[in-house]
Write a protein that binds this ligand. Structure first.
Ligand code: SF4
Ligand code: SF4
Length: 144
């Protein structure tokens, strides 16, 4: 029988999660590692998502290649916090932090519910036919 008391992602607010619970909440989709574009002169311009993934992303492993040092290693990679989960409206709608910030349930494919990290793959970065960032790539050619 399912033990409801263990479903911390349903019973706790983001600011109540332990470090391990916070990390487990990430579904590993990698969609936040895709480059995004916005008109620099218009802060109200829409944020466009490209299918170019950060050069630090390991496409074979399906995860950041240096997660522990990500913020130091890659300019612009920002650690997600409770406050940022509220502020970052460019996060994908499926992002678990965004969903829980809005008190919405996690989808059935979330690893915490399905029990498998594989289940998130169809909904993440691999679903957009990702291209690894290189110096030659022009992001505007890869807008989704
Ligand atoms: S979009 Fe959200 S759930 Fe997906 S990898 Fe990024 S932080 Fe994790
Ligand atoms: S450094 Fe890692 S976590 Fe940050 S955007 Fe790049 S691949 Fe994603």
């Amino acid at each position: 029988m399912k033990n409801e008391t263990n479903n911390f992602w349903e019973t706790k607010q983001l600011n109540e999660l332990s470090h391990d619970e916070w990390e487990a909440l990430c579904d590993g989709c990698g969609l936040c590692c895709l480059h995004r574009l916005q008109d620099e002169e218009d802060e109200n311009a829409p944020i466009l998502t490209t299918r170019v993934v950060c050069h630090c992303y390991d496409l074979e492993a399906g995860q950041c290649s240096d997660y522990a040092n990500r913020a130091k290693k890659v300019e612009g990679c920002t650690k997600l916090t409770v406050e940022r989960a509220a502020e970052f409206d460019w996060l994908p709608e499926s992002c678990a932090y965004r969903l829980r910030h809005h008190n919405l349930p996690l989808p059935a494919w979330h690893p915490l519910i399905s029990g498998s990290k594989e289940s998130a793959k169809h909904y993440g970065v691999f679903a957009v036919n990702p291209v690894l960032e290189t110096e030659e790539i022009d992001l505007e050619d890869y807008i989704l």
